[in-house]
Design a binder for this molecule. Structure first.
Ligand SMILES: [Zn+2]
Length: 54
């Protein structure tokens, strides 16, 4: 199962400001908010997705 990293777009809490990992399947919806503080988060490219590129 791929692991995605999400990071706060703007201000975040201790949990999301440096990014947090979430295991998701491709069928799962992207996370839009930090589960701890509710700040908007964005998916960050990870080593896993990097390897998928040619
Ligand atoms: Zn947060």
């Amino acid at each position: 199962m791929p692991t995605y990293i999400y990071k706060a777009l703007d201000k975040g809490c201790e949990y999301c400001k440096d990014g947090f990992e979430v295991k998701q399947t491709l069928a799962d919806k992207p996370i839009e908010k930090c589960p701890k503080c509710g700040a908007a988060v964005r998916k960050v490219p990870t080593a896993f997705t990097f390897q998928m590129k040619p």
